[in-house]
Design a protein around this ligand. Structure first.
Ligand code: SAH
Length: 347
């Protein structure tokens, strides 16, 4: 029986060093190979030119390097790029490059499908197939960085974990990927340019604070009233807003980092005064800003974008309370690359 070879990028640097000493080589060889794997993103052992042929053959016999492959790349008329990314086992996730005048942002996936069940999100209709490995998240960023240089002549400036999946339900792998993205041995990006978005898993938000992470946190709030929130995001029945609030207070106390709330205003769902008042109240608990996201229709019309007047009511009320609020227009809608539209349609 053929034993499946292990992905070498599942090994930490220390484990790689140990592998070499256990095989009668110098630990330092582990550092060299590690550099090839992460900072130089080698796709094969053959690429590792400062490693002897003998060592390369030995690595080849023991390991594989699982790489993602960008299957199809679509470009929107607004410049947004969407990659359909094929994983080594054939599954597909999507990632997006969003250019503005001053920056390019990568929107990456953390799971194949999603563990949660937000009724307004296309990704939720795919069942969660599996978590992404740290290297699979890292590779999405590398691929988008390349596209950013190619199409926009500068390196990637920001990363948001707002693609497919719930990052905090794949906690360890997301944190490992970010560790490599910010490490000088990886991409050397500043953690301040990375934002992890969660639908709100209180226990995991507290864990982030305990782990002293340096990246930013966004929460997909959509309603500050339990009854409405659990109707549109059924999983949240298990995570009442009181618990979410407590975890966010804990986060802020430890990190002193402001929270961003993502919020869509829908017709006949949260376009009413009680919802506005509840949001304004919720925003006073922890320093924050609010992003009002445009709704991207995914189906038969159960959810519809609220009127401009309703959105203006939100803006007025938030600003009157001194809360920073931005309206986020959709990007990449024509290629199904906008928020909540990632659903592997092409795969
Ligand atoms: N699971 C994480 C990461 C996904 S981020 C989270 O929920 O935060 C994707 C963002 O797009 C979330 O804020 C989500 O609430 C929002 N979204 C989902 N479907 C959408 C839709 N159809 N239109 C606009 N925004 C949507």
């Amino acid at each position: 029986m053929q034993i499946e070879k292990k992905d070498i990028r599942a090994l930490s640097k220390e484990q790689l060093r140990e592998f070499f000493t256990a095989n009668g080589d110098k630990a330092f060889r582990g550092n060299q190979v590690y550099e090839w794997l992460w900072s130089k993103v080698a796709h094969s052992f053959e690429d590792m030119t400062n490693v002897s042929k003998e060592t390369r053959t030995m690595l080849q016999a023991n390991f594989v390097i699982n790489h993602i492959k960008v299957d199809t790349m679509q470009r929107s008329e607004d410049g947004t790029v969407k990659n359909a990314v094929r994983l080594h086992d054939g599954l597909v996730v999507e990632s997006v490059l969003i250019p503005t005048n001053t920056r390019t942002t990568a929107c990456v996936s953390s799971q194949v499908g999603c563990s949660l069940d937000c009724n307004f999100c296309a990704t939720a209709r795919l069942k969660r197939m599996r978590n992404l490995e740290p290297a699979e998240i890292y590779d999405q960023v590398v691929a988008i960085d390349k596209e950013s240089r190619l199409y926009y002549n500068h390196p990637l400036s920001n990363i948001v974990f707002m693609g497919m999946g719930e990052p905090l339900m794949n906690y360890n792998n997301v944190l490992k990927a970010i560790e490599m993205i910010i490490s000088p041995e990886g991409l050397g990006m500043s953690p301040k340019r990375i934002m992890v978005s969660t639908s709100g898993v209180p226990k995991m938000i507290k864990k982030l604070a305990d782990d002293d992470v340096k990246f930013k946190l966004a929460v997909s709030l959509h309603s500050a009233i339990d009854e409405i929130r659990s109707r549109i995001m059924p999983f949240s029945t298990n995570f009442p807003l009181a618990d979410l609030r407590e975890s966010l207070e804990y986060w802020y106390k430890k990190t002193k980092s402001k929270i961003s709330y993502e919020y869509v205003v829908w017709k006949d769902i949260n376009d009413n005064k009680e919802s506005i008042d509840a949001l304004v109240k919720f925003c006073k608990y922890v320093p924050c800003k609010v992003n009002l996201i445009e709704y991207n229709p995914i189906d038969d019309g159960e959810f519809q974008q609220a009127s401009d007047e309703s959105i203006n009511e939100y803006i007025k009320a938030l600003e009157a309370s001194g809360i920073v609020v931005k309206v986020r227009r959709s990007r990449g809608k024509d290629i199904d690359a906008a928020c909540g539209q990632l659903a592997n349609k092409e795969a």
